[in-house]
Ligand binder design. Structure first.
Ligand SMILES: NC(=O)c1ccc[n+]([C@@H]2O[C@H](COP(=O)([O-])OP(=O)(O)OC[C@H]3O[C@@H](n4cnc5c(N)ncnc54)[C@H](O)[C@@H]3O)[C@@H](O)[C@H]2O)c1
Length: 348
């Protein structure tokens, strides 16, 4: 019987799950993944085979995590195929945009069933195999929304908050079985899930998806969203290397949560319209500082001389009597500014 370590991954067909399937295979794990997306699963299996991983190393089962019986069948098939199961990545999840006041009851039920019950049933069916082994590791895909609230994210935040708490209680219950339980908490990661969420927002705001991504990137301390591979690296670390960590929540969020406030919350819609602005450093009242693409960056050649000095400038808009603070970002084509409400953005 093959003694390689075995991980079971839910939602492995696309996004973070897919990146994990590939990373664990490349790092000598055998992988069983379950998903409802058979088409993407086939394309992933094809990719695995091209990389030299055949069915002795990777298996797929159609599993809807909202159906406990399907998970039970998959768990049994995995244990039979590989002989044992060492680790679980409970990753399958969905996102919908809503508030507590406007959510449709059916949507709330779908979110709770998929993200909470789906995870609970996954773990109820798979953890006994880890217990049989005498050791193991569980990673739950939580979110930065375990730490913070985001607008229009009521049900998603609710479910991710629950998963963060499940991580703690399960860690306590499973410590006696030598099983560690941790949560990975990603910020925005460019996957099909995030494309859909940002797409909904872009449609509402009348901008393109790429413009929405540029705004999302600007929220992050590191100036960009993350990749599925970067989350997979954290998941691998938690499963394989973090031998003294259990019941903890590991952010992989490009510094989003450590920073307050975020650019988007300080830039109301009307700020993003072209406005005549007067600068304390430059006597010109002009339209050159207009925000292009509604991103929180603007371009103005008048401020070129100040860029070298690394100065920031206070701008007042006569139209609204409001004060902004601009700060340089170097760019090959000229002066580019980060800007925000001078009162609300103390770090600028
Ligand atoms: N992308 C992000 O910005 C982000 C941030 C934080 C957390 N997450 C979490 O990461 C996890 C993976 O999301 P992703 O971004 O890779 O999105 P994704 O849509 O690419 O991947 C989710 C996968 O889960 C599968 N899935 C959905 N419902 C399922 C069900 N009922 N049963 C089985 N499989 C199901 C989908 O088919 C898909 O393959 C989710 O739990 C999500 O909440 C994502």
């Amino acid at each position: 019987m093959d003694k390689s370590r075995v991980i079971a991954i839910t939602g492995g067909s696309t996004g973070i799950g897919r990146a994990c399937v590939l990373m664990f295979l490349k790092r000598d794990y055998n992988v069983s993944f379950g998903d409802i997306n058979d088409e993407e699963a086939s394309s992933l299996l094809e990719e695995c085979h091209k990389l030299g991983f055949d069915s002795s190393r990777v298996m797929f089962s159609h599993v809807n995590t909202t159906c406990r019986e399907e998970i039970a069948r998959w768990a049994e098939a995995t244990a039979q195929h590989f002989g044992h199961i060492d680790a679980v990545f409970a990753n399958a999840g969905i996102h919908r945009s809503n508030t507590m006041l406007n959510i449709d009851p059916a949507e709330l039920e779908l979110m709770i069933n998929t993200n909470i019950y789906g995870t609970v049933w996954t773990l109820q069916e798979l953890v006994p195999y880890l217990q049989k082994n005498g050791s193991g590791s569980v990673v739950i895909n939580c979110s930065d929304q375990f730490f913070i609230g985001k607008g229009n994210n009521f049900a998603y935040g609710l479910t991710k908050g629950a998963l963060g708490q499940i991580t703690r209680s399960l860690a306590v219950d499973l410590a006696k079985d030598n099983i560690r339980v941790n949560a990975v908490c990603p910020g925005t990661i460019r996957t099909p899930l995030a494309d859909k969420a940002l797409g909904r927002w872009a449609d509402k705001a009348g901008i393109t998806l790429e413009q929405a991504w540029a705004e999302e990137d600007a929220l992050f301390t590191m100036g960009r969203c993350g990749t599925a591979d970067e989350v997979a690296t954290m998941v691998y670390f938690l499963v394989n290397d973090a031998t003294f960590s259990t019941g903890s929540h590991f952010l992989t969020d490009g510094g989003l949560v450590c920073r307050w406030p975020w650019a988007r919350s300080s830039v109301p819609l009307w700020y993003r319209m072209p406005l005549p602005l007067t600068c304390t450093l430059c006597p010109v009242t002009c339209m050159l500082c207009k925000v292009w693409s509604r991103a929180p960056d603007s371009v103005c050649q008048w401020f070129m001389p100040y860029r070298a000095a690394g100065q920031s400038a206070l701008l007042t808009s006569p139209a609204f009597g409001h004060t902004f603070r601009l700060q340089w970002k170097t760019a090959p084509w000229g002066a580019v500014f980060h800007w925000g409400d001078a009162d609300a953005v103390p770090w600028m």
